[in-house]
Write a protein that binds this ligand. Structure first.
Ligand SMILES: NC(=O)c1ccc[n+]([C@@H]2O[C@H](COP(=O)([O-])OP(=O)(O)OC[C@H]3O[C@@H](n4cnc5c(N)ncnc54)[C@H](OP(=O)(O)O)[C@@H]3O)[C@@H](O)[C@H]2O)c1
Length: 288
């Protein structure tokens, strides 16, 4: 909880912008970390609609804001109003952290760091593995960059809209030498893609699960898959993780990714290493 009595006229503001944000657990663990290190900041969540994004960004300098996290649906759109991007945000074309530096708005992306830490935390070795990646949005880009870093053998991306699939394909072509296959969502859910039988790890980077939606996984076709990974998180297990565990698969959701992308955001905002145990404890308490 935020300790109200430590807020003074000097207190600096950090925040999260997105739409919706009411499910977010970032304020809980970011404020716990700020309190633990006795830093004079407070972290709040702001529900900003797409129409209001430009106004929100233009007024960041007006308020005593030191930085913001950015979540769906603004991660790509916000870039046009920033002064500079770091190399990772530039590569991914998506931003989840904005820091205000001497009047300059600098965009970063810490989702890949979060995903990589979640793999390490769960001891998932991706070297030489075949991956099915669901989704072609910002999270999928962050995940794919980590998959390539980790030396996977082959990845096929399954996405619903053709438009985003084509954008993703172009982005891959411009950014990596590794070959990435793109296939349709129907090909995945109907189990028509022959690659599915060779998949070692299935990763969901779509929004499905955020509102407890089920993903129609063709379980018979992915029976060789050892790991099922969901970047979506919820207070409870996501439907995908629950179903995967019932099928006897190893599975985890996006909570650890969330925690570590948040820890890296904290470092960028404050210049201090995040007290990760404090953040994890706050997150777990909020989830109970
Ligand atoms: N754990 C973490 O730290 C973390 C970090 C980042 C993101 N996330 C989560 O990852 C998810 C995706 O985020 P994002 O930034 O990538 O969002 P995004 O850029 O808006 O992309 C959304 C993706 O979901 C797909 N999708 C949406 N509704 C679908 C449906 N009904 N059926 C099939 N596919 C559907 C979209 O496909 P179309 O092209 O067909 O629209 C697109 O590929 C969100 O739930 C977010 O909370 C978690």
């Amino acid at each position: 909880m935020v300790q109200q009595n430590r807020i003074t006229a000097e207190t600096k503001l950090l925040g999260l912008i997105g739409h919706p944000v009411n499910h977010s657990l970032s304020p809980v663990f970011q404020n716990a970390a700020l309190n633990a290190l006795k830093l004079d900041y407070v972290y709040l969540a702001f529900d900003i609609s797409a129409d209001n994004l430009i106004n929100a960004v233009c007024t960041l300098r007006t308020w005593r804001l030191k930085g913001i996290n950015v979540t769906v649906p603004h991660k790509e759109k916000i870039i046009q109003w920033l002064d500079r991007l770091d190399d990772t945000a530039l590569l991914l074309g998506a931003v989840n952290v904005v820091v205000l530096n001497d009047e300059e708005l600098v965009g970063y992306n810490t989702d890949g760091i979060g995903f990589a830490k979640a793999l390490d935390f769960n001891q998932v070795d991706l070297n030489g593995k075949n991956i099915a990646l669901l989704g072609a949005g910002g999270a999928a880009r962050a995940v794919l960059s980590v998959l390539i870093e980790r030396g996977i053998h082959k990845v096929t991306v399954y996405n619903r809209s053709l438009e985003r699939s084509l954008q993703f394909q172009q982005w891959v072509k411009n950014s990596f030498t590794t070959e990435v296959e793109i296939d349709s969502w129907e090909s995945f859910i109907n189990g028509q893609s022959s690659f599915l039988n060779q998949v070692d790890v299935l990763i969901n980077a779509t929004r499905l699960g955020l509102n407890r939606e089920f993903i129609e996984v063709p379980w018979n076709n992915v029976e060789n898959s050892e790991w099922i990974i969901d970047v979506v998180y919820h207070r409870e297990e996501t439907p995908l993780v629950r179903e995967a565990r019932k099928k006897g698969k190893k599975a985890f959701d996006g909570k650890i990714m969330l925690l570590y992308q948040g820890a890296e955001s904290f470092r960028l905002f404050t210049g201090h290493e995040a007290p990760i145990e404090v953040m994890e404890r706050a997150l777990n308490e909020a989830l109970r």
